[in-house]
Design a protein around this ligand. Structure first.
Ligand SMILES: Nc1ncnc2c1ncn2[C@@H]1O[C@H](COP(=O)(O)OP(=O)(O)O)[C@@H](O)[C@H]1O
Ligand SMILES: [Mg+2]
Length: 320
């Protein structure tokens, strides 16, 4: 791999729980992104995907405990260190795209003005130049008749167009990394592919790195270079996308693949028992795993090289 643009090491995130006790949401996650690389993060709801992106973007709330290290190429120091003064850096280098564009856009700002505001803050452009550059960015993200659309308010735009405006706003700081959290989940099926194609075009043409959170395994397999599978706040498998699609090695990754496959070809792993509490000791997936043995309940498996990737499992490659 080329020198990473982004290197996240040992990320731990804990939210304040009901009684004030911290509740771990992310436990020891390492991720790296190279220029022009697409990394897909997959895993069921609650596995920590959004929390990881928010931690990278520096958008977690003040009561949240965050530990680990985040380095961006060209920036000295660790962005997760206390007092790293990362706000401006994160805003310029990292563009964030959320699931619901209606919630991520300012409802009282016209489309062009949302984008222009970012250009003024992060690039120091004056009003007129920012407005012109915003229009160009709206055209760049595939919005036809950008001049007219720049004057439209979010509620006057379709979901697909709103998401394109949100992507333009995310690009306005001139990022080299885009973090997209289920960017098509809230959109009509007919416009989802267009938004995915736009993100991939940004990767191809502008050399951006993309971290894409998705629960769509087929999408991950078709667009990503690498996939990281999350379970209960940990990466349990990471591999080149093709390897993961054809030969998932962790029983949980096998279960995800089986659940996404046509019914006739589903094996025994398609029907996972429902998730219960994550055990304090041993493999977090053991309670739901048909292959679990005594060691799985006693010892935590850590990521270790397996095949073309790495797997945190004592019986990698055995589930079918
Ligand atoms: N602001 C928050 N306060 C408390 N707990 C949270 C908060 N955000 C997320 N969590 C918890 O952290 C875990 C990971 O959540 P999240 O990152 O949203 O998962 P995903 O995006 O994979 O669905 C979940 O158990 C969730 O309930
Ligand atoms: Mg999420």
């Amino acid at each position: 791999m080329r020198a990473p643009l982004l290197a996240l090491t040992g990320l731990e995130v804990a939210f304040a729980g009901a009684g004030g006790a911290p509740v771990a949401a992310v436990r020891g996650v390492d991720l790296a992104l190279a220029p022009g690389e697409v990394l897909a993060l997959i895993g069921e709801s609650g596995s920590g995907k959004s929390t990881i992106l928010l931690a990278i973007a520096g958008l977690l709330g003040p009561g949240t405990r965050v530990a680990g290290s985040l380095r961006l190429a060209g920036i000295a120091g660790d962005l997760l260190a206390p007092g790293a003064g990362r706000r401006g850096i994160a805003g310029r280098r990292l563009g964030m795209v959320f699931q619901n564009p209606a919630a991520s856009l300012n409802p009282v700002l016209a489309a062009g003005a949302q984008v222009a505001e970012v250009l003024r803050v992060h690039r120091g452009l004056g009003r007129a130049r920012a407005a012109a550059a915003a229009e160009a960015l709206l055209a760049r993200v595939g919005i036809g008749d950008a001049r007219a659309r720049a004057a439209a308010f979010p509620h006057q735009l379709s979901g697909g167009l709103m998401q394109r405006v949100a992507i333009a706003a995310a690009l306005a700081g001139g990022p080299d990394i885009v973090l997209a959290d289920e960017p098509t989940t809230a959109l009509d099926a007919t416009v989802q592919a267009g938004v995915v194609d736009l993100l991939l075009d940004l990767v191809d043409r502008d050399g951006l790195a993309l971290a894409l959170v998705t629960h769509d395994l087929a999408l991950a397999g078709s667009v990503a270079d690498r996939v990281a599978v999350l379970y209960a706040g940990r990466v349990v498998e990471t591999a080149p996308a093709r390897a993961l699609a054809t030969r998932p090695a962790h029983p949980y990754a096998v279960a995800l693949a089986r659940a996404a496959a046509p019914a006739a070809t589903r094996g025994p792993f398609a029907e996972l028992p429902p998730a219960g509490p994550v055990p304090a000791v041993g493999c977090p997936f053991a309670p739901r795993c048909a292959l679990a043995v005594a060691r799985c309940r006693a010892e935590l498996p850590v990521l270790a090289p397996f095949g073309a990737g790495a797997v945190a499992c004592f019986r990698p490659g055995e589930a079918r």
